[in-house]
Design a protein around this ligand. Sequence first.
Ligand code: NDP
Length: 444
Amino acid sequence: MKASEVLGDLKRRFPNEPEYHQAVSEVLSTIEDAYNEHPEFEKSNLIERLCIPDRIFTFRVSWMDDKGRIQTNMGYRIQHNNAIGPYKGGVRFHSSVNLSILKFLAFEQTFKNSLTTLPMGGAKGGSDFNPRGKSNAEVMRFCQAFMLELWRYVGPDTDVPAGDIGVGGREVAYMYGMYKKLARENTGTFTGKGIEFGGSLIRPEATGYGNVYFLLEMLKTKDIDLKDKVVAVSGSGNVAQYTVDKLIDLGAKVVTMSDSDGYIYDPDGIDREKWNYIMELKNLYRGRIREYAEQYGVKYVAGARPWSEKCDIAMPSATQNEISGEEAAKLVANGCFAVSEGANMPSTPEAIKIFQDSKILYAPGKASNAGGVSVSGLEMTQNAQKLSWTSEEVDAKLKSIMQNIHEQCLKYGTLSDGYVNYVKGANVAGFMKVAKAMMAQGIL
Ligand code: NDP
């Protein structure tokens, strides 16, 4: 089947999966030339095999809440592609989780993992369980119930899950504890673990730091210094927190953060003391970003996203499709010259078109947020060797991986007029490696 025909076929066979169609469409529109240069790909129907997940597990998760009532959620694991290494990808707990969202994430993860240069295939999993407002004991019981099913599909050399939205260090620890009890082995079949039981230093920081390292590489191509630049960040979870941490270190001025209820705008910028407040608010008290506005007397806008605020750089770090075409136009009109994605697919297709037509620096998440899974790969290596590296060692490796991903984007994405299409660069580089590995291994 030709690349151009695959999307129509997938839409027909898997209707009502808009996020999955969106992710496939973005990749197919950029790899067509590279694909057509290899007639052997079409002969073996490679593109269709690459778009459809290897397998999908769906299961019921029943657990008891604090009032003694039995609750039921759905659980999923999508093992998308393992041509270059064991399946690898996070687990998301959010009420919006469904097959379409997890299929888009697993598909994207396959290309991202390929880009990291580490041997990891692509996967994603999750549940429509919402940890918000749940007690610690409820979260623990849910994680244990989820693992009662998931444990049989994962393992250190088959499939290694990690965190994502709604799944941080606490949830990974509960899931890993249950996994070990059931599987009777201790080889690190999860990344993002606590430092005391096999976790890697810098893993919590990795996605946010990696995104800033990628941004620095992009700015370097234009001779722009990050210092004193005004940055709008969305989200206030793991990725947003460490993006802001690194931006503060490097002298940028972060003026916004958000959660699903609204955003704060702090014209003086979030400094180290305010960042410490956010870390406590979000990770200890599990509070709302609105409380920051009350604490520091700044503007809070309920039910909105931060993209109408004036900034030089935008770093969306909350969720998919959080920048619409209209918001992208507003960002560009306000002078924003770089967008580096911490979240997965946060920009809609309309937004991406506006960024690229305006010729601003625009990095898709599968390149710029690959630092998280890269350090997960490094955590797997440390577990296999039964040793741990220092923060400095891990951070240096992370930096070098992000620089390498940036170079691959330049190599495959530089257009004849000199503009770098990072979407094309990341997709072609990620695709070629997986495609060659699949071709070499025969029809599976
Ligand atoms: P967290 O759960 O730690 O934080 C998510 C943040 O985004 C919270 O502030 C949350 O607000 C907000 N958010 C979630 N859903 C929505 C929504 N529908 N609308 C508005 N805001 C929302 O997750 P992470 O920081 O880990 O993940 C953020 C993004 O980064 C995701 O797209 C994820 O896939 C991606 N990513 C994460 C990696 C990691 O290592 N963790 C690696 C690579 C990508 P609230 O608290 O109100 O729900």
